[in-house]
Each structure stands twice: as C-alpha cells, then as structure tokens.
Design a protein around this ligand. Sequence first.
Ligand code: MN
Length: 715
Amino acid sequence: MSVEALINQIEVYNPDADFDLLRRSYEYSEEHHSGQQRRSGHPYFTHCLETAKSLIDLKLDVPTICAGLLHDVLEDTLVTRDDLAQLFGESIAQLVEGVTKIGTYHFKGRTQQTQADNYLNLFLATAKDIRVILIKLADRLHNMETLSFLPIGRQQEIAKETLEIYASLAHRLGINRFKSRLEDLAFKYLHPLEYREIASLLAEKLDEREAYTRKMEGVIVQELEAGGIRAKVHGRPKHIYSIYHKIHHKGVPFEEICDLIALRILVETTADCYAVLGALHGKWKHIPERFKDFVGLPKRNGYRSLHTTILDRDRPERGRPIEIQIRAFQMHEVAEYGIAAHWSYKEGLPSTSESQSIFAWLRQMLDDIQELKNPYQFIQSMKWELLPDEVYVFSPKGDLYSLPAGSTPIDFAYKIHTDIGETCCGAEVNGVILPLRHRLQNGDRVRIMTNSKAHPSRDWLRWVKTTRARNKIRHWFREQDRAQAIELGRRFLEMELRRQHLDLRTYLKSPELLAFAKKLKLNTIDDLLMQIGNGKESAEHVVNVLHPEPDTREGREAPVDAVRPAPAIQLEGIDIALVRIMKCCYPIPGDEIIGYITRGRGVSIHRAGCPRIINETERVVNVEWKPEILTTYPAEIAVQCDDRPGMLGEIATLIAQFKVNIVKGNLAHSSMPVEGMAHDRLTLAVNGIEQLEAVMESIRCLKGVQTVSRIAARN
Ligand code: MN
C-alpha cells in the first residue's frame, strides 16, 4: 500500500493532518527496514504498514500513525532514539521508545485475572502515554494475523499471551474492535479443534440465519418508523471466541447460540435508545433476565448500550430469541474504539513535551469529557490505578507483582512467602546484586537470595513499605523475644534453684510446677518461665512456693544501691520489670549499657565499663534503651571552676534553661585541690546522653569554668 493510499484514509477524518511528516516516516521506515524479511517472506516493512493501518482504523492522530510506521526501527535497525527525535520530533521518538521498552516485558507463567490488570498498569506506567499501548496492540494484531508462519511452540506462547494480556488490555481500554479480533485469532491457535467445530457449525446455518436477519431488520425498521423513531438497524458479526465462552463458561447449548441472531440498533440520542427499547418491548416479548441497561450504568471501561433479547413469534412453540443492542452513535464510537475514541486527532492533544505524563493527560481528558456530560467511568478507574503509588515487578519466572511505590526487595520477598522474607539475605535486581533497602522500579526483575541461617533485622522495619512485611517482621521479633524471655526465666530459676541445691531439669518436670503454673492461668512451663523472664513473677517466689526455704539468707548478695523503676530498658528486646539502674555509674539513655543478673533481684543496669562489674562475664546480659524515653535519669557531673561569688548561681541558671533539674548538688565548695578553684558535683535529671552533653557543653562555655566532666563511676 502506497503512502498516498494511507493519506487518503486519514484525510477522511483529519483533512488538516501533517501529511509531510507522515510521508517522511513512511519513507524512513521503508528505507531502514529494506532487505529485512518477515517469516512470511514478505518485506518487513509490510508489518509496519499494517500496524499503521490499524491505527488509522482507530482514527488516531498523525504522530501515533508515524510512530506505528517506525515502531520497530529502534529494535531491528541501527537507528537510535536521538535520530528519531531529530528527524521526527521528541513526541514520536518517545512513542517508539515506549513501544520498544514494553516489548521487552515477556509474559511467562500462568496468569490470573489480576495479572492482566497488573500488565496494563505496568504498561501504562512504563509507556507514560496511552498511545504507546494502542501502537503495541496494533503491532500485536498484525503479528497474530501472521502467526501461522512461526514454529508451533512459539504460536502457542504468543497466542496465550495475546489472549491473556493483549485482549484483556484491549477490553480494559474499551477497544472491542481489537479485542474480538485478538481473541478469535488467539483462540484459533490455542484450541484449533473447537475453533474449527464452531466455525463450521456457524457456516452450516449461515444462509438461513442471514436471510432471517435481513427479514428482522426490515420488520424492526418498519416498527420504529411507525413510532416516529429514526434508526439504523443491522445484523452484527458473531465472534467465535465469545460463542466458545458462552458454551463453556455459561453452559448455553450450542444449538441455541447458533439459532440466535444478533442485531444492533443505532440512534441519535440517549432518549431515542429508550424509545427504541419501549417500542421493541411493546411489540415483542422479551426475556427479562437478559435485559441490561449499560446506558444508565456504564461498564467500567466506558461501554454504554442497552441489551435486550426479544422473542420472535415466528416460531409458535417457542419464540426465536433475537439479541439486540441499542445505542447512540456516539456510544457506538466508544464501544468500538474505547479510549482511542478520546484520543482522536480532534481531541486537541496536550503538549507533546517530554514532561507530559499520563496523569496530566488524564486530568486534561477528564476536563474535556466533562462536556460530554457522562464522565466515563473507566477514566475514573484508570485514574486511581495510574496514581504513582504502585510499582510493578517481575519474579524470575516472569510473574508480575504489584507493590506500593518505594517498596524494597524485602517487601517483595515477604509478598512471595513469609519463609522467603524471613530467610532473605540479598537481592538481585535485573541481574545486579543490590542492597535490600533498594527501592524497586517498574519492570524490575527481582530474585531474592535466601539462606536458612539468615533472619530479619530491625533495620528492615525502617525500609519496608508494605504492612504485610512490617507485621511479619514484628511478629518474628516478638517470637524471638518470647524465646529470649523463656531462656532468661530459665536462667533466673536455675540460679535460684542452685542456691537451694536443686536441679533445674528435675524441677521443670515436676507436676507441682505445672500445677502451680495452671494456678496462675498459664498453660505451659514455658509460659511460666516467660513470666519470670519478663519479671512478672519472681524466680524466688516460684521456688519458695514449692520448696519453702528455711530463712537462712546469708550468702545472698548484699543489697545494691539502685534507682527504681527503670521502664525504658529493653533486655535483649524484652521489657523487664525487675530491672534497676545502678547508682554506682548512673547510666542514662544513650550510654552503652550492660545488664547483670543478680541473685534473685532481677537485672541491674550499669554503664559498660562500670568497675563494679568489669570482671563479670557469665551473668552479663545484653540490654539496650528503648527508643522512646519519657522519663529522666540521674547523671552525675563534676565541674571545676573559679571560686567566686555568683559562679554556682550562673551554673544553676544555665542548667535551668535546659529545663533540667538539679536533683542533688554539692554546691558548697568541698575540696579545693587548687587555690581559688571550686570543685562541684552535681546530679542532674536528664532524659539522655544528648541532653546531658548539651548541658555540659554550655557550662563549659561559662566564663570561669575550667572543666566539666561526667563522673565515670563510684566504687
Ligand atoms: Mn512490530
């Protein structure tokens, strides 16, 4: 087909189109594909031409048609994107690039319904322009038409992909014209026997059915004219795949389907639609369950039509069913062309600059169609699907998953399976190993590396985006905490028992202990140990209940000087009621701390390096501060300063400015190692190391202050 023939077709709907651009695209594509052949033996350029023709069929704008002509040059020739941008403009370059990019997404594996939706979203997110998808559909249509030239294995793959992805896309975009053709072609390759069977049965009664259809057309036109309604009535083609679908999924007997004829009535206005309906229902009986009002309640993809099935009295025993669609011309445009109906040349295209996003375009389109009175629902639904809060990624097998934007490989791992999340130790994205906190991008192919010894890290909680992953990670830590609390309870109990020369293992097995646990409404010994570990029950109490101890308490550690309570400590992640902050070293939040398991008196908390426990190793446990600190802790500092009147007052005022209380102050000048020097010890109530350091820093700046230091520990 010559370029002039193309131009003639475009002229019909868009006489002012840029035909020069079209001519140049035509020649450029033909030239660069010259020498290349399709499997069919035809020149490669025929494929580009057919693709463009389908786009003209959708009455699309010239840039789209040019991009259709050029759609394979980036992939199959030496032409670069820059070449295209220079010669044909940024807009066309962008379209061709989009088509090339989504051509790299290969559908594998089995698809569920939701996957097709995911594909559309991925395509849209990648394409950033709906016209890219229209070109891709036109491309696929011609590839399906020439599928017989490919090896059988490829035929099956492509047909399956076409049915499950591309036909679905066409449906979602409301382009029935593409949808039925893609479905029938795919069906032909996927189920050749059924296809042939239905096709031949349809052919058998074709003549009778056609004659009957002509007759009914006439009868209905007459009937409507009598009622003063002007309408076009004609029979409509049947699609083999939809017949197959009715037989296999809806259980309609083939005879009935074959018998049935289908008509379409086109009128001017919405009111006329209902007038036609009234006229038909007044004259013929109809099947109430078959009546559908998609005019009042359009389908999600924008489809509007009245559907009814009337029964012709022609056949006395049981009226012959006639399926009728009634719609206005404008509704018909939308039904056939779907989204392309809005994207025609006349639509007043938004600017074709690079920054033009699908969102801006949709917004403008929404404005445009406000005037059409009925905002198409599919635009609405697409709008939310296009919000940039989703990202679409592939598994190594080619399954497509959707995740919230900003998701990491950890989210992906948990999405596949909790076990994979919990043993995840690395991620390969598009063949490159990346950190787990990497934010996934549309179209990424993600492989999760696992290791049975790996386990979640607390950092993950900061990185994950999905609630699922977050909950699973938290759950995992709770389980760990439980295990640790049980272990700690066991250690407390063991120490208590050892004092009484009792053996833990026999003790744990004693029925009395279980009975005691039950009395506390605890189900298992582990639950009891957890209570002890969490400080809700004392080991001493538990042992004494079963083995009352003679009151000989010598050998017990001397009472320690401690501050209570200490709600802001986590003991290996557990809240411990039996924790005391020791006065020897006054640890405050931010300090590195360690816990020391005392005999029967819980855990005492010291600053790491506190001389009192510096040589202990066995009874030391890991502790950390809880992140949220709502209380204050005492901390001791020493200030060396000039011994002058008002000096201490200045220091006290300064400290007060930080809203820090002085809980104890040796403000009288005690020892004076240096003449004229004061040496003061202050105990401040601070909420953590940062506050303490800020206070100390500003005291240091006071005139007359020599040194300010934190008192390491008192022995
Ligand atoms: Mn192609």
